[in-house]
Ligand binder design. Sequence first.
Ligand SMILES: NC(=O)C1=CN([C@@H]2O[C@H](COP(=O)(O)OP(=O)(O)OC[C@H]3O[C@@H](n4cnc5c(N)ncnc54)[C@H](O)[C@@H]3O)[C@@H](O)[C@H]2O)[C@@H](O)CC1
Ligand SMILES: [K+]
Length: 475
Amino acid sequence: MRTAYRVETVRAAEAALMARLPDGALMQRAAAGLAGACATILGRVYGARVVVLAGSGDNGGDALYAGARLARRGAGVSAVLLGARAHEGGLAALTRAGGRVADDPFAVLARADLVLDGITGIGGRGGLRPDAVPVVRAARGSDAVVVAVDLPSGVAADTGAVDGEAVRADATVTFGAYKPGLLVDPAREYAGAVRLVDIGLGPHLPSVPELEALQHADVARLLPVPRVESDKYRRGVVGVVAGSARYPGAAVLAVAGALRGGAGAVRYVGPAGQAVLARYPETLVHAGPPGRAGRVQAWAIGPGLGDTPGVDEVLESDVPVLVDADGLRLLDPAAVRARTAPTLLTPHAGEAAALLGVARDDVEARRLDAVRELAARYGATVLLKGSTTLVADPRGDLPVRVNPTGTGWLATAGSGDVLSGLAGSLLAAGLAARDAASAAAYLHGLAARRAARGAPVAAHDVADALPGAWRDVIG
Ligand SMILES: NC(=O)C1=CN([C@@H]2O[C@H](COP(=O)(O)OP(=O)(O)OC[C@H]3O[C@@H](n4cnc5c(N)ncnc54)[C@H](O)[C@@H]3O)[C@@H](O)[C@H]2O)[C@@H](O)CC1
Ligand SMILES: [K+]
């Protein structure tokens, strides 16, 4: 499990640790880890040309001390001072080690092999200031590798928002703990490859992080395993309410996902039964309405539904319900809140924006806030799809889950329908809504990567690749 903590939490942990250490020891740990990472990236430190962009705070201090360490190993290090002042100890260490302050920032940047971005870290507010912008652009425009110190300067550590201009790094070396912005878009994209340097913060961090990202072993523990005495009903029956005369394909794709999600049987309810049976003869089909289709352990409703009714009826059931796509339109928060069984909503940014009554761009810029707000408003688990898929629980004291397996290739028509079926099937197999959502997102992303291998994929390719992804996860 990878975890991320808010700035406030990181600062409190740092204070507790610092109280037990000599002055400056923590910064030296950070600088040593940073210099080590830079040495690995450079390959050969001796003779390398390094430029340190130093802001006025401790982030600049880390960068300057790391610069000093590299200078002692023979690198030519120049500092570009961007704040009103520079970290005194760091600058003194750098000059003692033979580094110097650049007379012409643009001249040194043009010849740099590596640029350390120490303008702002967790103390940064808003995007880059105007004086930093041309310098950062020159760094990006050069052939140098750009390494962000703790965070790319200009991104919001806690939310992943990027207001204005920010450093686009090739790599980020972060200290003590991941910050949410390193895992959530749009900031995540600015961070490049992230490396965590352990500065001993672990024992001082709370057990519940702000964000968590599951990894193979975590997902493997969640996935249902049939027991010897299992039969199809004990493994769970998922009811899929999807598709319409206009969109029969959505039904086929949702069923495709559901068949690979661990439920013992898939019951399709709706007008696209013929199309579903033609592709998946193992499906139990029923024309509807859902209340007459027979017992299920969970419902997945919404993909390609158009205006077909059924959502209200399904929400009145006492089993877990996943609502997606067209099912989310006109969704009544009171009806969802009144449910006794779990509800899982799976909007993309546009649908989330409609539910929240804001613009789509607002959701995309502040995904973490949006997913939490929706979960609270509906009293439901919410999976917000997109470049970073997030899962929030209505219980606000649980960490938001961030899916690490996403890929741009998933932005293809119908892939959300596969995800709905898959997550619904995991619900029917008995997983809690938060686990069903995060395991489904994980497998779905992995399947897309397997299917794509660098080329475009269709949604049905993703469904076909799910068993392989499942096998990868359980190892
Ligand atoms: N607190 C600690 O114990 C440790 C902190 N460390 C480093 O210290 C950093 C935090 O240091 P600080 O709290 O001094 O904060 P920062 O160095 O991140 O930034 C604060 C400074 O930047 C200025 N600033 C704020 N927003 C700006 C913007 N948009 N553009 C330009 N300047 C801006 C502020 O006026 C202030 O002078 C961490 O990110 C990490 O790199 C590490 O050395 C590890 C230990
Ligand atoms: K930085």
